[in-house]
Design a protein around this ligand. Structure first.
Ligand SMILES: [Zn+2]
Length: 309
């Protein structure tokens, strides 16, 4: 049995989920939500017949605070935390992570994410691509899926996939949107990761933002990939046109909002997407991606004086 718990982050429903799987060996969580919502999540366990001590295994898609912020709380209660090799050092010593997030969120850190603390190394288990963890009767496989972040895993068991952020943000009745965030956005890797999920042909796909994907999963993945490509190309055009970050941020927010509204989203749903997937982050992520991975496509070629024809 799989449960989707709502962290009700900042009082908003349907934005950040914690996915819970019942096994013979206790509860498995896929992502924890931020630390600021730990108590809200824990309070939902008794009504389902569980206690927080039943949580034995915590599988992290990646270490961004809205996914992994509360991992240390579960670890303190005895859970094992599973994570990509490049995520593990930051769970054990979050100093750098906190510093870089503070540059992004400033004095809103505590309000947004709560308290961040180190996890004891013996509670952290590194998973390589294709590693399997058994929690009877399930075998849960980690699949390396970079794109949104370099250190991202999705998890596969039976015909289910927990898709993390690389599988898109899909809120309410809205379409799948790719959360483009710095500093590791990689469009080519993202498309390969979508192909990996497609190849698993899952019957059910669970998203941290938010919950079980209703309807056809192939259609979801196709629509997601189409936006990964088109949105990245929108940014390339803006960079080529010489727009700066300040100009691009409201323009991209409008571009996304118009698209969502054209697909039937209400103003409140548009605001929810912005909350889950802020446009300012997409702008800095995309500028960095293009300059780093394809500088020749966003910089004007140097004038060639030999060209006299
Ligand atoms: Zn993320």
């Amino acid at each position: 049995m799989i449960h989707v718990l709502d962290t009700r982050h900042l009082g908003r429903r349907g934005i950040i989920a914690v996915t819970l799987l019942e096994t013979d060996e206790g509860l498995v969580l896929f992502d924890t939500g931020p630390e600021s919502t730990f108590e809200t999540v824990v309070a939902q366990l008794p009504e389902r017949g569980f206690s927080v001590q039943d949580v034995r295994h915590v599988f992290l898609s990646h270490i961004h605070f809205d996914h992994a912020g509360a991992a240390w709380r579960f670890a303190e209660l005895g859970a094992t935390i599973y994570v990509h090799p490049r995520g593990a050092p930051h769970l054990i010593d979050p100093t750098k992570l906190v510093a870089s997030a503070t540059r992004l969120y400033g004095d809103k850190m505590k309000l947004l994410w709560g308290t961040i603390a180190a996890i004891a190394p013996e509670r952290v288990r590194v998973l390589q691509d294709n590693d399997v963890v058994r929690s009877a009767p399930f075998e849960i496989r980690a699949i390396a899926t970079p794109g949104h972040a370099g250190h991202h895993h999705v998890y596969h068991w039976n015909d289910n996939v927990f898709g993390g952020d690389v599988a898109g943000v899909r809120l309410g009745s809205g379409p799948p949107a790719p959360p483009l965030v710095p500093p590791e956005l990689d469009i080519e890797a993202w498309r390969e990761s979508i192909a990996k999920i497609r190849a698993l042909n899952p019957a059910k796909l669970y998203l941290p933002h938010f919950g079980l994907v209703a309807g056809d999963i192939t259609a979801h993945l196709n629509a997601l990939e189409e936006r990964v490509i088109r949105w990245s190309i929108w940014f390339r055009a803006r960079i080529r046109a010489g727009d700066d970050e300040q100009k691009m941020t409201p323009a991209f927010a409008d571009y996304v909002a118009d698209e969502l509204r054209a697909l039937g989203a209400t103003d409140s749903e548009v605001a929810d997407y912005e909350h889950a997937d802020p446009s300012f982050m997409a702008v800095s992520a995309s500028i960095r991606y293009w300059r780093k991975h394809h500088p020749e496509e966003v910089e004007l070629p140097a004038p060639t004086h030999s060209d006299t024809s």
